[in-house]
Design a binder for this molecule. Structure first.
Ligand code: NAD
Length: 248
């Protein structure tokens, strides 16, 4: 069989780049799908990577992106729903547009990607989905819109696991804690982000932060044949901080 093909949304971002690199090392061909920077990011990864500019909330663009991948490589084996945003807001001052935008990118996007992969997986006889959630789906610690979107992703995963299992598709969530990426750099100045990172390391039973490669390794495992009997699962990659009380 030719090399399997994975789509990584948000592929130009911090975790997306790490996930794509690991999947390439595992023998995948990888299509990075991002609203910006996808082609440049793919260019840095070599000829088994391709970049497609698309917004995951735009169904027409999603369908066209998947068509492009299939036309190029003939198949789609795995979908990594990684694109995400985390606008900062309080609930008291919530702008409904911010709420909708967060849910659109973090939850509607993955649903649209799954929807348009299904007919291809029906033809191919199986497929894999891993969506990047967050530890905050359990106990919060971010913002209302973000935590709601990540909890929703677990609901979507469990429904997809039931609906798509008979097609041979596994569907899981990898739930990280704090990882140094541009997403967190936007939360405040360097001092604020460092203090935040230190609180996470202190709350970890392992006394460490999670790195992008840790998330990528978990995704690669769930996409591998070793994980063929795992579906509907949430794999926390948090250095144990999913057990920690609220981290302020
Ligand atoms: N970094 C962390 O601490 C952390 C923790 C838990 C979960 N996560 C999740 O991991 C995922 C990746 O985050 P990251 O830390 O790499 O952030 P990042 O900001 O580095 O990357 C996110 C990528 O998503 C892309 N994106 C955003 N909206 C998009 C859209 N509408 N269509 C297509 N692409 C879009 C961005 O352009 C960016 O390249 C996100 O889902 C995030 O919620 C991150």
């Amino acid at each position: 069989m030719s090399a399997p093909v994975a789509i990584v949304t948000g592929g130009a971002g911090g975790l997306g780049q790490a996930i794509a690199s690991t999947l390439l090392a595992d023998g995948f061909r990888v299509a990075l799908l991002d609203r910006r920077g996808a082609r440049e990011a793919a260019g840095r990864l070599g000829e088994s990577a391709t970049g497609i500019t698309a917004d995951v909330t735009d169904e027409t663009a999603v369908r066209a992106a998947l068509d492009e991948v299939e036309a190029t490589w003939g198949r789609i084996d795995a979908l990594v729903n990684n694109a995400g945003i985390e606008p900062q807001h309080s609930l008291e001052e919530l702008d409904p547009a911010t709420w909708r935008a967060t849910l659109e990118v973090n939850l509607t996007g993955p649903a649209l990607l799954i929807k348009h992969c299904v007919p291809r997986w029906r033809r191919q006889g199986g497929g894999r989905v891993v969506s990047i959630g967050s530890r905050v789906w359990l106990g919060g610690g971010a913002t209302g819109s973000y935590s709601a979107s990540k909890a929703g992703l677990v609901g979507l995963t469990r429904e997809a696991c039931r609906e798509l299992g008979p097609l041979g598709v596994t569907v899981n969530v990898v739930a990280p804690s704090f990882v140094r990426t541009p997403l967190n750099a936007e939360k405040g100045d360097a001092g604020f982000v460092e203090a935040y990172a230190r609180r996470f390391a202190a709350a970890s039973p392992l006394g460490r932060l999670v790195e992008p490669a840790d998330i990528a390794g978990a995704v690669a495992f769930l996409l591998s044949d070793r994980a063929r009997a795992i579906t509907g699962e949430v794999l926390h990659v948090t250095a144990g901080t999913q057990l920690a009380p609220f981290i302020p």
